[in-house]
Write a protein that binds this ligand. Structure first.
Ligand SMILES: Nc1ncnc2c1ncn2[C@@H]1O[C@H](COP(=O)(O)OP(=O)(O)OP(=O)(O)O)[C@@H](O)[C@H]1O
Ligand SMILES: [Mg+2]
Ligand SMILES: [Zn+2]
Length: 356
């Protein structure tokens, strides 16, 4: 009969490609049991339920165990998202493991679209997710998620977020009468966001996604200071004007030591639904070139797709649509890449596993 220790020994050959260590050292293998028939069952605890490398890991585990003569291998998948948030957030939002900001320089490039789809995609993959609409003067999250209502306060005086597509949501829109403009200045905006962090009952979250307002103005600056961001995604279109503005946003983030995970190019090409022809409406390669010049990771491109726009207006994010399409696929892949990068950041902060 195969011994438990032989199984652990064999599984040392299986790497977590992202973290560059084997899954035994990373303590990802749990609950190993072996039947007299040599049937093996085990649990593999990933660093995120949105792991893009799950299939690769599974294949390698099966090969390693087959090498031992295991007849039948049953794998149960688990996930334990690790904390990558700076110390400061533990006081502000103790249950939140990762705060992920979606930012841009130029307005209208698709931040809210990407933030909502990211949040929903992570929730679909099984993560516990919150979404904070930090666009105080132009909140669009409620529309794009199709959520409205007035949050209630709990017994402890905390505000309960609303919930949609398995995502906990908070927006200033929930607190102001429909159609009323919101005219707040910088410091007040920062205060409101801090309050959204501190006074909202977020509970335990793997990821809290923050939809930032556009620009590199005072408001944006106060915001980036107010929120202990563990990673940010910069959104741009391929167009020169967008690249120019996102360059300013990057400079601001770097000055303020806000960690940047990488760059997403939105509205890349337009694939004609009629003839399948691809048109590069906003030009080509702008996002990738920007990433390369600034030594950032290019996280991928999201095509222009009418279903994304329709979904945004109807409150049904592309990733939650029944007939999703290429843009939705790209958004799901983006969510997994971002989750994987956050895992690496978290692992780097853990002394035991300290990855370099
Ligand atoms: N990939 C895409 N394909 C089609 N339409 C898109 C795509 N990305 C965004 N849009 C549409 O473009 C418009 C602007 O997007 P969005 O509101 O997400 O941008 P934003 O950067 O958040 O804007 P703001 O700076 O005003 O906050 C929306 O109508 C949205 O549905
Ligand atoms: Mg927006
Ligand atoms: Zn066409």
């Amino acid at each position: 009969m195969i011994s438990e220790s032989a199984i652990f020994e064999a599984l040392r050959a299986v790497q977590e490609p992202e973290l560059g260590r084997d899954i035994v050292t990373l303590q990802m293998v749990k609950d190993v049991s072996v039947e007299p028939s040599s049937a093996v069952s085990l649990t593999i605890e990933l660093t995120t339920p949105a792991c893009p490398l799950k299939d690769e890991i599974e294949g390698n585990v099966r090969v390693a165990l087959a090498g031992l003569g295991a007849t039948d291998v049953t794998i149960t998948w688990g996930a334990m998202v690790r904390r990558a948030t700076p110390q400061r957030s533990e006081q502000l939002v103790p249950g939140v493991k990762n705060i992920l900001a979606v930012a841009s320089g130029k307005g209208g490039v698709g931040k809210t679209t990407i933030a909502t789809n990211l949040a929903v995609a992570l929730a679909i993959d099984g993560a516990s997710v919150g979404l904070l609409d930090a666009d105080i003067t132009g909140p669009n999250v409620p529309l794009m998620l199709g959520v409205e209502g007035a949050p209630v306060a709990s017994a402890e005086g905390k505000i309960s977020p609303l919930e949609r597509y398995g995502v906990k949501v908070i927006s200033i829109q929930f607190f102001v009468p429909e159609g009323q403009p919101i005219v707040w200045r910088g410091p007040l905006v920062g205060g409101a966001i801090q309050q959204f962090l501190r006074d909202v009952d977020w509970g335990e979250l793997d990821y809290l996604v923050i939809d930032l307002p556009p620009g590199t103005s005072d408001a944006q600056l106060t915001l980036a200071q107010a929120v202990p961001i563990s990673g940010s995604v910069l959104v741009t279109t391929p167009q020169d004007v967008a690249i120019q503005d996102v360059t300013k946003a990057l400079a601001m983030f770097r000055r303020m030591s806000v960690p940047v995970i990488g760059v997403v190019e939105n509205m890349s090409a337009f694939i004609c639904p009629h003839c399948g022809d691809s048109t590069e409406i906003f030009g080509r390669g702008g996002g990738e070139g920007f990433a390369r010049r600034h030594e950032l990771e290019f996280l991928g491109g999201i095509p222009l797709d009418v279903r994304v726009r329709q979904g945004g207006d109807a409150g049904i994010p592309a990733v939650a649509q029944r007939d999703p399409g290429a843009a939705a696929d790209a958004l799901r892949a983006l969510a997994r890449t971002v989750a994987a990068r956050m895992s690496v950041r978290a692992a780097r902060q853990e002394p035991v596993l300290s990855i370099t």
